[in-house]
Design a protein around this ligand. Structure first.
Ligand SMILES: *[C@@H]1O[C@H](CO)[C@@H](O)[C@H](O)[C@H]1NC(C)=O
Ligand SMILES: [Zn+2]
Length: 456
């Protein structure tokens, strides 16, 4: 009797603390291109009932819609597509194979050297961050901006080459969505480049801006994508755990909040959900989540240390540069006071980016080129913190592998992004951003003297 109780308690603790590894064995990703309004409607209806997992959020005529389907439902889906007369093809034959391929590690790699030909775990990223901070003590300060729900540090670096007062500051946010693995792999590459590149263009932006870079702002979610579910997006807050059966979803879906809907700018007004089972659950209140609150607090803190000129958030996938604000489209994009500049800077940056490997990026507001969103970090940084140059990047690819971007594509992705950042900096500088107040003052005095000379 006594033993049985202990066994039961142990069993209970085990089942609530250790959820299963979710396998995507024999799941397929189908590619469907709607050709008529009717086709579009058919897919939109399928998406609404949550029956299949849509990897693409844009469903319009001509768009590449990717749908992930369990082995049990593949026949039903194929029959349905045949019935309604829509063509489909298979983009990924076995999703678990693509996941396993992403976990591949070169067998003879030098484990003391960090590399970008495979994806790193949180532990590996943090060990590397510690190490480079030690190797560059003159330039790098290790920063912990806060702690996650499960108590993990949100670690990053401050890179300050010149140690000037009243400096120009930039901040980079990576990994706020757990499954978007290319994001931490890009932000760590940027750190490496800013510390070690010998390219004069890279050195210029590395040295003339004080950088605050955080590769994994959702550490609990990132760890969960390695240990339990590769397709996890949100943080791991279990406070709103509930049954998700009525939406055909596993209850574990309710164990998390979409951090990129939890920020306090126009929170829960559009493109966000109050349903804990949703991928875009915005949380009970704005900034309810420690990860989101840490980012906002940190932004406000560094604004007091100098001139915070820009903020980049890295996501995947779709190859887009999103300009704030995400709730407005059409003529309303001008809601962002310097929208015209932001658009021009991004367009020129992406022209330069394309020269490297031919990759196309599209620039616009989320409402125009993706979908309406509210409560995202970058909109808050623009709308509430009033940082002038703010973007959200959706990195590679355009849907073939989606979140499961093969590791050999990490480096090409990173190389082109660096080219884009250099050009964006150049254009922004030419337009007149990136000046410290001291610089503005000098310019104004010169202009004043010149005008006086002309008038006299
Ligand atoms: C989520 O959990 C919080 C904290 O327990 C609670 O205040 C809130 O009402 C819950 N919200 C939903 C939508 O379940
Ligand atoms: Zn994302």
């Amino acid at each position: 009797m006594y033993l049985k109780h202990i066994f039961f308690i142990l069993y209970f603790i085990f089942t609530i603390t250790k959820s299963e590894y979710v396998s995507y064995r024999k799941y397929k990703v189908y590619k469907v291109i709607p050709e008529t309004e009717k086709n579009v409607q058919i897919l939109v209806d399928l998406q609404k009932n949550n029956h299949f997992t849509f990897w693409s959020d844009t469903i319009e005529i001509g768009s590449n819609v990717r749908i992930m389907i369990t082995p049990e439902e593949q026949k039903e889906f194929e029959d349905y597509m045949n019935n309604v007369g829509m063509n489909f093809s298979i983009a990924i034959n076995d999703v678990q194979d693509a996941i396993d391929a992403q976990l591949y590690r070169p067998p003879n790699r030098d484990t003391s050297e960090y590399a970008w030909d495979y994806y790193q775990t949180l532990e590996e990223i943090y060990d590397w961050v510690d190490k480079i901070a030690e190797q560059h003590t003159d330039v790098v300060t290790l920063v912990t901006m806060g702690y996650s729900v499960e108590g993990r540090p949100i670690k990053g670096v401050k890179i300050d080459h010149k140690k000037r007062a009243n400096s120009t500051i930039g901040m980079i946010e990576g990994g706020i969505h757990a499954r978007e693995w290319i994001s931490p792999a890009t932000t760590t590459w940027i750190i490496k480049e800013f510390l070690t590149s010998t390219n004069p263009d890279v050195r210029f932006i590395a040295e003339n801006i004080v950088w605050h870079i955080f590769p994994v702002t959702n550490p609990d979610g990132y760890v969960y994508t390695f240990t339990n579910n590769r397709m996890w997006r949100k943080n791991r807050n279990t406070a709103n755990f509930t049954s998700c059966a009525q939406w055909n979803l596993n209850d574990d879906m309710s164990n998390g909040i979409d951090l990129n809907r939890n920020f306090g700018f126009l929170w829960m007004t559009t493109g966000a959900s109050s349903n804990p089972c949703s991928e875009i659950f915005a949380g009970p209140t704005p900034f309810s989540e420690p990860e989101a609150l840490s980012i906002a607090t940190y932004v406000n803190k560094i604004q007091e240390e100098g001139n915070l000129v820009f903020y980049y958030a890295f996501h995947s996938f779709s190859q887009l540069v999103l300009v704030p604000f995400s709730h407005v489209g059409g003529a309303d994009v001008l809601a962002a006071p310097n929208y015209g500049d932001l658009y021009e800077i991004a367009i020129k940056g992406m022209e330069k980016l394309k020269l490297r490997h031919g990759t196309d990026y599209i620039v616009g507001t989320s409402a125009d080129i993706l979908y309406e969103v509210s409560g995202s970090s970058f909109d808050w940084v623009k709308g509430d913190a009033h940082v002038p140059i703010v973007y959200l990047f959706e990195l590679r690819d355009d849907g073939n592998y989606g979140f499961l971007l093969p590791a050999p594509l990490i480096v090409p992705n990173n190389e082109e992004i660096i080219d884009g950042l250099i050009e964006m900096d150049r254009v922004a500088r030419a337009i007149g951003y990136y000046r410290s107040s001291g610089y503005y003052f000098k310019i104004n005095v010169v202009v004043l003297i010149l005008s006086l000379i002309v008038i006299l």
